[in-house]
Design a protein around this ligand. Structure first.
Ligand code: FAD
Length: 154
């Protein structure tokens, strides 16, 4: 008998990197991503992790129990603090279906991203709304997607 298709769920949160993490960011993020990719693939989670100005902003999507269990584990991780859920809820589609997890830092040359942030130097992760956070993450995902396609085509 066919298994029922369970509804999708998405959580978007932000958090502050601890000082220890911020001081050794590339190494720490590599460690986080390595573990996250393996575990997320195993439970059918997709998402994107953005590393920006002392903060993490992450989208996690998949079956509701897996999203909640993973978020609960992430929220106990001592490498960040002050977690705040920007938005969560059921969703019809995956927005980050290509990524089991991908980290991205904002490079000043990422014009499209800077446009999303209205070109402001004083971008404040704490001021992100559900709409602007989702737009930021989907824009980063799209830029990454194009970069992968260009690399494959060259
Ligand atoms: P173990 O690897 O057995 O670790 C045990 C405990 O130590 C856990 O509390 C863990 O948080 C902590 N820990 C592990 N490594 C370190 C370290 N290098 N320094 C300090 N403490 C450490 N996991 C996912 O599965 N999916 C994700 O999408 C995901 N995203 C993350 C995003 C961020 C911003 C952060 C900080 C972590 C993320 N993680 C993610 C990692 C997650 O928090 C857990 O560490 C990981 O899932 C392993 O869980 P575990 O119970 O097997 O812990």
């Amino acid at each position: 008998m066919a298994q029922p298709v369970l509804p999708l769920y998405r959580i978007l949160y932000r958090s502050c990197q601890t000082l220890e993490v911020a001081q050794n960011l590339d190494f720490e993020v590599d460690q986080i991503i390595e573990k996250a990719m393996t575990r997320n693939r195993a439970v059918g989670l997709t998402g994107l992790l953005l590393v920006i100005r002392g903060h993490f902003i992450q989208a996690l999507e998949g079956q509701v129990d897996e999203v909640r269990t993973t978020y609960a584990r992430i929220s106990r991780d001592p490498r960040h603090r002050d977690l705040h859920i920007i938005t969560q809820g059921p969703t019809a589609d995956r927005l980050f279906g290509d990524w089991s997890m991908c980290a991205s830092s904002l490079a000043p040359s990422d014009k499209a991203i800077l446009n999303v942030l209205n070109g402001k130097d004083d971008f404040k992760p704490r001021a992100l709304t559900p709409t602007s956070a989702l737009r930021l993450l989907t824009t980063v995902a799209e830029i990454r997607r194009r970069a992968v396609v260009e690399t494959l085509a060259s």
